[in-house]
Design a protein around this ligand. Structure first.
Ligand code: PLP
Length: 380
């Protein structure tokens, strides 16, 4: 099998799986209880929180565990209801943000959607133009999940703050893949998910800068400092912490983030060039350099990505059209159309997403297969 869908999810590190196993089977105490077994679970949760906080330059008390990126996005956007303010966001956000905005609009919240330029990057001056005194929340993702473009978070947060608004970023695709620092980048709230960096599914966190007024998302017990009730998912939290430790740690067997970035960028650039040279009409979507090291998003006009994905699967290759969340939808991706691709061509988008395990041979085999299948299946 050739797995090139790491933007959808990643293979868990064996060390993270082992850690989870331990907190499932042996150290199964409830972190809120008072005896030794429970205290060891509490220590595991605290340790993971410390590791995660340090990885983004945050205070540990700013990290709130959630069930993943979707919950973190939903929670952050709740800010607008609580503060009765308007929201500025982008048209290329993940559905977890866009559908939250739609929900807010049902309660009368005004939401302004800023489109990206054709390079898939939102221009901070367009965000500035969308600002008004009633805007209390700006939410723009750190990196796009479909075309991988890295947004100008630091410039946009500065604009948000100048207008007295709070800045949230969905960093689900970026975390663990490119450097993020909540202080340097001016981030007030940030969504992260473990399964995009070789941790378990169903766990993530919302960073909430100390001092930001945001109510509880789940009401009940006093867990997560009274802000997110429910017994902590200790095995997943411990597994998440372990994955982050290994992805950020200076002496990790998986290398440093800088080393992984360098290697993946070289592979990505090689594959992007080869796709364009080898497949007639193919063109890369999104800026070529301001993009995630592991993201290759290519448009093959006239191709039908669904047929392509089936053909690739039959050859043992896992890839994706736009995004995993758009799968099954009859409409083309909102991101692909937002970067100016005509509706009828937008069905030809293909995403290959790499991990530190991906090899050049795997990419060559995938590109050969894409070429063969597009020649066979091209509709025009
Ligand atoms: N935001 C982005 C940008 C994503 O790519 C994803 C997952 O694909 C999510 C949010 C949702 O995260 P989760 O799967 O942890 O709910």
């Amino acid at each position: 099998m050739i797995y090139l869908d790491n933007a959808a999810t990643t293979r868990m590190l064996p060390e993270a799986a082992e850690t989870m196993q331990r907190y499932l089977n042996e150290e199964y105490g409830n972190p809120s209880a008072v005896y030794g077994l429970a205290m060891r679970s509490r220590a595991a949760v605290d340790h993971a929180r410390d590791v995660l906080a340090a990885s983004v330059g945050a205070e540990a008390r700013g990290i709130y565990f959630t069930s993943g990126g979707t919950e973190a996005d939903n929670w952050a956007l709740q800010y607008a209801l609580e503060h009765r303010c308007s929201v500025v966001t982008s048209t290329i956000e993940h559905h977890a943000v866009l559908e939250s905005c739609r929900y807010l609009a049902g309660f009368g919240v005004r939401v302004t959607y800023v489109p990206p330029k054709e390079d898939g990057i939102v221009d901070p001056s367009d965000v500035e133009a969308a600002m008004s005194p009633d805007v209390g929340l700006v939410s723009v993702m750190t990196a796009n999940n479909e075309i991988g473009t890295i947004q100008r978070v630091r410039d946009i947060s500065r604009i948000a703050h100048r207008f007295g608004a709070v800045f949230h970023t969905d960093a689900v695709q970026a975390y663990g893949h490119i450097p993020i620092h909540v202080e340097h980048d001016g981030i007030d709230m940030m969504s992260v998910s473990a399964h995009k960096l070789h941790g378990p599914k169903g766990i993530g966190f919302l960073y909430i800068r100390p001092g930001i007024r945001l109510g509880s998302f789940l009401h009940g017990g006093a867990q997560e400092r009274g802000r997110r009730a429910g017994t902590e998912n200790t095995p997943a939290i411990a597994g998440f912490g372990k994955a982050a430790e290994l992805m950020f740690g200076p002496s990790s067997p998986y290398g440093t983030m800088q080393e992984r970035m360098k290697r993946e960028c070289a592979l990505r650039d090689y594959a992007m060039n080869r796709l364009e040279a080898y497949i007639p009409g193919a063109r890369i979507l999104g800026d070529r350099s301001h993009r995630l090291p592991g993201n290759i998003s290519v448009l093959i006009p006239g191709a039908d990505s669904e047929q392509l994905l089936i053909g690739l699967d039959m050859k043992g290759i896992c890839a994706s059209a736009g995004s995993a969340c758009a799968a099954g939808s009859l409409d083309p991706s909102h991101v692909v159309t937002a970067v100016g691709v005509p509706y009828e061509d937008a069905f030809g988008a293909l995403r290959l997403s790499l991990s530190f395990e991906t090899t050049k041979e795997e990419l060559d085999a995938a590109i050969d297969a894409v070429r063969e299948l597009t020649e066979r299946n091209r509709v025009k």
